[in-house]
Design a binder for this molecule. Structure first.
Ligand SMILES: Cc1cc2nc3c(=O)[nH]c(=O)nc-3n(C[C@H](O)[C@H](O)[C@H](O)COP(=O)(O)O)c2cc1C
Length: 180
């Protein structure tokens, strides 16, 4: 079983999502871990149409994908978007049929750790991170699960509470079902 551990926060040691993804991956013992730090090793902006590439192969080979997805300017970081632009490849991860698009990925667990300075529930007009990633992975054929730390810029107490609750949710996920 292979875990793909992706981080995309630009905030280094102060990052909430890096803390949460490391905590989650730490709970997954005995698995092979593939690591993508999209800030240390940034992917250039896509120019032209995407074709089959190593990021697609790495995603296809993973059984569990753990992603840190900080909210920057209402949506995912530009670093994570650059990865998304590489792995959405027609004929590889999705295809178009006469009935519309069809995801080609199956049987993978996607766990997304989101941190936001404010609190925006899915459906709020400012919320374009969780809803975007949910739609993106559905497009590829996968149902993402989310661990959310909201309101981390709303004071020390709110930040600590959000992180503690997020870690408790990770504990629950780890206890209820094997990660990988
Ligand atoms: C460039 C930048 C843009 C941000 N934009 C938003 C935003 O649109 N909405 C929000 O709620 N928080 C915003 N924040 C706060 C972050 O969501 C918060 O710092 C969170 O912890 C990010 O995850 P990270 O700590 O893993 O980087 C922004 C932070 C930065 C650095």
């Amino acid at each position: 079983m292979t875990i793909l551990h992706i981080d995309s926060s630009t905030q280094g040691d102060a990052s909430v999502t890096r803390d949460l993804t490391a905590y989650a991956v730490g709970k997954m013992t005995g698995e092979k871990v593939e690591r993508l730090d999209l800030v240390a090793d940034p992917i250039p902006h896509l120019v032209g149409r995407p074709e089959a590439n190593a990021y697609v192969e790495q995603l296809k080979a993973a059984d569990t994908i753990v992603i840190g997805a900080p909210t920057y300017n209402f949506t995912v970081s530009t670093q994570l978007k650059a990865w998304i632009d590489r792995v959405a490849v027609a004929g590889e991860t999705f295809r178009y049929t006469e009935n519309g698009p069809e995801g080609l990925l199956r049987d993978k667990r996607v766990i997304v750790m989101i941190a936001s300075g404010g609190v925006y529930e899915e459906g709020h007009s400012f919320e374009h991170n969780q809803s975007y990633l949910r739609a993106f992975f559905q497009f590829l054929g996968l149902e993402a699960e989310f661990v959310i730390a909201n309101g981390v810029a709303m004071g020390e107490e709110a930040r600590a509470k959000a992180i503690t609750e997020a870690k408790a949710k990770i504990d629950k996920i780890a206890a209820s079902r094997e990660f990988a």
